[in-house]
Design a protein around this ligand. Structure first.
Ligand code: FPP
Length: 244
């Protein structure tokens, strides 16, 4: 399959709980299965030469879940990072975590920083996990970073979009395609700025069932779209960098 126009894919991995409930299992079993889908999709993206994959793993609203489920997820993140870091590193994957991470305990934070450090010079797939992330937080956080940066040439100056984006998660880097599994059709506060012109693909498939074939269907959907960024011409004649 050709994927000439797709470089950055983002995914809202939804439906783990339903997947488990349908099988009369505790909801958390669905999260464990969800890790297997992450593994499949990370490999598939590398093979398809997609250069960046951003996964929404835990939103700033997910703290409202029952304490048991929240604690299970935090431990699952920690264990999975430790379990898979060597494989990811040997596959040249560069890992980054975005979100308000300071709130996490030392063990999880250490595994996050260690994964980023070990893989920082890798040149393959850029794999970003959004953890305790919210799109509104990201924008306010960028604004506060500018206010706090006394050395910035932006102090006492009117800033433009390019200036501002440098302070956002992923420096404002926009996904080409957002996939959301499990039927809901909304952004759920995921990279509100970065998804401004992203093509959206929704599928009823639950995240633990999402595999290479499902990814190819999503990519095919994307490739059938002519991206115009508000103009009347196709993307080939538009410089994506000029999309404001
Ligand atoms: C949504 O399903 C899924 C989540 C809130 C958690 C997703 C996280 C993972 C798959 C693990 C990520 C791993 C690392 C290493 C960061 P849901 O529980 O909302 O499902 P439901 O809508 O059916 O209830």
């Amino acid at each position: 399959m050709s994927n000439k126009n797709i470089s950055h894919v983002s995914i809202i991995m939804d439906g783990n709980g339903r997947w488990a409930t349908q099988r009369n299992m505790p909801r958390v079993h669905g999260h464990r299965e969800g890790i297997k889908s992450i593994n499949k999709i990370v490999s598939a993206c590398s093979v398809r030469q997609i250069s960046q994959l951003t996964l929404f793993a835990f939103s700033s609203e997910n703290w409202k879940r029952p304490e048991y489920e929240v604690q299970f997820l935090l431990k699952l993140f920690e264990d999975s990072i430790i379990k898979y870091i060597n494989d990811l590193h040997s596959n040249n994957v560069k890992i980054k975590f975005i979100g308000n991470l300071d709130i996490f305990g030392k063990k999880l934070l250490d595994s996050i920083r260690n994964a980023e450090k070990i893989t920082m010079n890798n040149t393959g797939l850029k794999l970003n996990f959004a953890l305790n992330y919210g799109g509104k937080w990201d924008i306010i956080n960028a604004f506060n970073k500018i206010l706090d940066d006394n050395n910035s040439s932006l102090q006492n100056k009117k800033i433009n979009i390019d200036d501002f984006e440098k302070y956002l998660s992923l420096e404002g880097d926009s996904p080409d395609l957002l996939i959301r599994t499990a039927g809901e059709q909304r952004l759920s506060n995921f990279m509100l700025w970065q998804h401004a012109y992203t093509e959206l693909y929704f599928t009823d498939c639950l995240w633990p069932d999402f595999d290479e074939k499902e990814l190819d269907v999503a990519i095919q959907h994307y490739q059938n779209i002519t991206r115009k960024y508000g103009s009347l011409t196709s993307e080939n004649s538009i410089d994506k960098k000029n999309v404001k």
